[in-house]
Design a protein around this ligand. Structure first.
Ligand SMILES: [Zn+2]
Length: 288
């Protein structure tokens, strides 16, 4: 996966992080693998961290630093932090023409801890979307660790999948689907899992568009990138995480879907290129 040299990047799509020269938070330590695994059981690629973060009483995030020097795809080579607004720019371009009533979301890069409208988060919660302030939160250093601990390589393709999945939650917030995950149910056919699998499918749809669109900033998506995306979907599967954390596989506890389910829906999105094929609520054949 490359970045087209001349393609524009929306510098306002990401705040915080090294690209903006600011936004680094305090020194809340990242725990060891056990602690991380326990938290990601609940929250890998999650949405509103809710109760675990102290409820919705937090103040909305006010970080304003943009990534002003990330203007074109060529800037990603000079400053790798510019890849984050590059992903966000391409996702915004896709969804602005795919969804009536679209409004963009922004990404907030943080390190250590961050206050959000969904509560105070630290790196260990992993990337998440907060519907309360409509932002994607990501600790850019922690994403690589997370992927490696889960057993896949860090790559731009895997990162882009994570961002696209969280962007999918924003789309679901706009369409009203996101609220269906709030019933607290778990299991392979639960509404929560259906919401997560739809976000995976949306990520696949966007990859297809990015692979075919000559104008967006993402270039040259290869078979190897696709393999990495599917492998990232595999390692964030609930059954894989349950096994990795030393327990048995317990489908009743699934919140995001099994490896097989997640691979199935990312692939379905990519193969169809059609978000209408991502209706995970109209079928009980969810690819388990
Ligand atoms: Zn999710």
């Amino acid at each position: 996966m490359d970045f087209k040299q001349d393609a524009q990047i929306d510098t306002g799509s990401v705040v915080g992080g090294g690209g903006g020269g600011g936004g680094r938070g305090g020194g809340i330590a990242v725990g060891g693998i056990g602690g991380i695994i326990m938290v990601i059981l609940a929250l890998v690629l999650g949405l509103n961290p809710g109760d675990l973060l102290g409820g919705g009483s937090g103040q909305p995030d006010t970080q304003q630093t943009s990534n002003a020097q990330c203007r074109t795809g060529a800037d990603v080579e000079k400053n790798p932090d510019c890849r984050w607004p590059a992903y966000m720019t391409s996702l915004g371009q896709y969804w602005s023409q795919a969804l009536n009533g679209f409004q963009p979301t922004t990404m907030r890069i943080f390190s250590g801890g961050v206050q959000t409208a969904c509560g105070t988060a630290n790196s260990q919660v992993g990337p998440f979307y907060c519907p309360g302030d409509q932002k994607i939160y990501i600790d850019d250093d922690f994403v690589g660790q997370l992927l490696q601990q889960l057993g896949t390589q860090q790559s731009t393709a895997a990162e882009a999948y994570i961002v696209a999945h969280e962007y999918g939650h924003h789309i679901q917030n706009l369409t009203g689907v996101l609220a269906r995950s709030q019933d607290g149910q778990t299991g392979p056919l639960s509404n929560g899992v259906r919401v997560e699998l739809q976000a995976d499918c949306y990520a696949g749809v966007w990859f297809k568009w990015a692979a075919q669109n000559p104008d967006d900033v993402i270039d040259n998506i290869t078979q190897d990138d696709l393999a990495r995306i599917v492998d990232a979907a595999r390692v964030v599967g609930d059954d894989h995480i349950q096994k990795q954390s030393g327990g048995g596989v317990n489908p009743d506890g699934w919140t995001h879907g099994s490896s097989a389910q997640r691979k199935f829906w990312v692939s379905k999105g990519f193969n169809s290129g059609d978000p209408n094929q991502c209706d995970t609520f109209s079928t009980d054949d969810l690819g388990a």
